[in-house]
Every structure is written in C-alpha cells, then in structure tokens.
Design a protein around this ligand. Sequence first.
Ligand code: SAM
Length: 267
Amino acid sequence: MRLDVVTIFPEYLAPLDLSLIGRARRDGVLDLAVHDLRDFTHDRHRTVDDSPAGGGAGMVMRPEPWGEALDAVLAAGRSALGDDTAVPTLVVPTPSGTPFTQAAAHELAGLPWLAFACGRYEGIDERVLEDAAERMPVRPLSIGDYVLGGGEAAVLVVVEAVARLLPGVVGNPESLVEESHAAGLLEYPVYTRPATWRGRSVPEVLSSGNHALVARWRRDEALRRTARRRPDLVERLDPAGLDAADLALLDDLGWVLEHGRLCRAEP
Ligand code: SAM
C-alpha cells in the first residue's frame, strides 16, 4: 500500500518508523512518503495560512500550497506505483468528518493508495477539497468528538488502524478476529501469567482446558462489558448473530428483543 502524508510538521510522523508499521515499511508492505507543505510555498516566510474570509478568530490554510502539494503527491505516487492513471483516496482528518470506525479501517485497508491532508489552524480552505474531489475520492474523517490541534495525530491513528489489517503486518491474523469492534462487541478481559498476582487470580475457567467453556465465558464477558460500557453497540447488534445463551444473558442484564431490535427493558 502506498501512503502519502502532507503536513507542516513532517517530524510528527516519525512514530511511523516504529513497531509494526516500521517493520511493514521495511518489509515493503507499506511505502510511506511524507511531504512538507511549506515546500510548496513561494514566499520568503513559507506562509501557509491567512485570515478567514468573512472575519473571525484563527487562521485558515491557503489553497495554493495545498493545490501544488496534492499535484506533487499525484505525480510521485503514480511514478512509484508505475501507473499513470492511479489516484489515491484523499483522507482529510477533521472533527467535522464522518466517524472513523473499524469498518472504515477495513474499507481503507482494501485500497492501494491513501493520501492524507493534515490540517492546522482552523482547517484547510474548502476549495482544496472541492478541487481534489474532481480528481480523486475525498474522505473527510473524524477520529472522535473532540478537537485536536492538527491532523497529524489523527493520521497516526488512521494509519495504525489500517496498516495492522494488511496481510502480514500482524503476526497472527487470528488476533484480528476476536478483538473489539470486529463483530460489534467489545473484547472480553484478557489475562496472562502469573496465575495469582497481588491476591488476584486469573478466572478459573481459563485454566480448565475446556475450549467450549472458555469460549462461552469470553462471549458472556464481551456481552457484559459491551452492555456496561457501550450500550449504543448493544442496540446495533443483529439479533440473528445471537444464540439462546447470548439472549438469556442480555435478558439478565435488562435487554429485551422488541421488533427485531435489542432495547433496554422498562424498569
Ligand atoms: N475549526 C475546525 C472545526 O471546528 O471543525 C477545527 C480545526 S482543528 C483546531 C485543526 C486540525 O486538527 C483540523 O483541520 C484537523 O486536521 C485536525 N483535527 C482536529 N480534531 C480532529 C478530529 N477529531 N479528527 C480528525 N482530525 C482532527
């Protein structure tokens, strides 16, 4: 997968040299290029921002350096991929974007080329997105309902979530199957050695050697944890994916099936 990141803080992306992502880059699974937006300015101060049209607080990123930077990304990526017609999907991190979810991570992981436009200040002049959309798919994505100072941290989040889904990046692909958000539930609690630590024991069932019992215990704990921490996810569960034991446990936790959807029982 080819990744291009445009930013005014290239050093911010240094963590992409580490851990699984760093190894994926060294193994050639990921080809990452980071571009300094200021390289596409033409004034002495390498200016990338200006006051907002219509007035108001803060500064807005000017369109000209962005236009040139995205033209350069297109040319560099096409040459690296050896395909004159290839286009990236442009991911624009913004708190006003659609939520970035595990489903979105899977979708992006299926694409050959992603480009990222890191905003700063009050964001990027909207015409940049309109202009880019004439040449490539544009995805404004939010990593959560809060406001960061810039898009770089969001890019680290998106790249990490996407890259670990690429074949060969996570050592054991089985670990992607049962984790949180893979099937609409949060993951069950996990434990390791020692069997007892500070007077706390690993749940006995986990050393029973009975795979069916372990699987049932994990499923119950995943349902309990999801109901406690993320009731919105329980509401979205497809009842067709729940067995009788799931429904009995949810019933104990105060959830009932109504018109094919799980709802909290009236007190
Ligand atoms: N004025 C913008 C608004 O209210 O929507 C916020 C701009 S924010 C201070 C600067 C940059 O941080 C954004 O352009 C975006 O790149 C990034 N950013 C901030 N919060 C984000 C979030 N929740 N998800 C993704 N990117 C975010």
